[in-house]
Ligand binder design. Structure first.
Ligand code: NAP
Length: 226
């Protein structure tokens, strides 16, 4: 997949990994990058095209898909962590919101943009997954479940969009140094490294990105006893 000259949409591009994706796409020659954000005022980079896109809002998604009909790379990055430590107590509504944003949001955006990608020759759809896709955790049960569901969805999209020639890429990583992981101790990679590894996978037509050692270890451990 050529990044030079491509037109991309990145959801959750206001900060963190999403902003790094948007910058890296421009630096590698993308002709236009739409920054899909909840609040367009958060897009201060004049090289980006702000697009109001709360991924849990069906009206935003429909308007965005109509407005950005030239897109050939979609990066499903927007996501939330929700509560931590709520396995046995606390409000399940927060876990429902996490599922709504991470899983249903990705699904809804992918559905809306699949015909756009098809019209533009196939293109690519990227999903920002995690090591949490493979490992349930008592600390973040709702988040891990949402990332496991998003991983399954990514495989379904790969299957369903194969015929229209869309490259569907899943990105797995441990902790990344962003607001979203400010609470976490332990080694973190930079958001720029995530973007760099993913754009290399796009250029090489690879469907899975294991950004760091944690992701490589957990993927290898999937075949081991639990
Ligand atoms: N950081 C990590 O360690 C890590 C590791 C693995 C995977 N990930 C995944 O990577 C993605 C980005 O994470 P991050 O660390 O960059 O998070 P972050 O710093 O918390 O930023 C989250 C981004 O998602 C946006 N967002 C949240 N809900 C949204 C919605 N309903 N509609 C549109 N945008 C929404 C936020 O917009 P606002 O500015 O409006 O809040 C923000 O731009 C997420 O999917 C996350 O699960 C992160």
């Amino acid at each position: 997949m050529d990044i030079k000259g491509a037109v991309a949409l990145v959801t959750g591009a206001s900060r963190g990994i999403g902003r790094a994706f948007a910058r890296a796409l421009l630096e590698q020659g993308a002709a236009k990058v739409y920054a899909g954000v909840r609040d367009p005022a958060t897009v201060t980079d004049p090289d980006l095209v702000p697009l109001q896109l709360d991924v849990t809002n069906p009206d935003h998604i429909a308007v965005a898909a109509a407005a950005a009909g030239d897109v050939d790379i979609v990066v499903n990055n927007a996501g939330i962590l929700g509560d931590r430590g709520n396995l046995l107590a606390g409000d399940l509504d927060v876990a429902r919101q996490v599922m709504e944003a991470n899983f249903f949001g990705t699904w809804a955006v992918s559905r809306a943009f699949a015909p756009v990608l098809a019209r533009n020759g196939g293109g690519a759809l990227v999903t920002m997954l995690s090591v949490a896709s493979w490992r349930g955790s008592a600390l973040t049960p709702g988040y891990s479940a949402s990332k496991a569901a998003q991983w399954s969805l990514t495989q379904a999209l790969r299957d369903g969009l194969r015929e229209q020639g869309t490259l569907v890429v899943g990105v797995h990583v441990g902790f990344v140094d962003t607001d979203g992981a400010a609470w976490a101790d332990g080694p973190k990679v930079s958001a720029a490294e995530v973007a760099e590894a993913t754009l290399k996978a796009l250029r090489d037509n690879q469907v899975e990105v294991l950004v760091d050692e944690r992701a490589r270890q957990l993927k290898a451990a999937l075949s081991q006893p639990l």
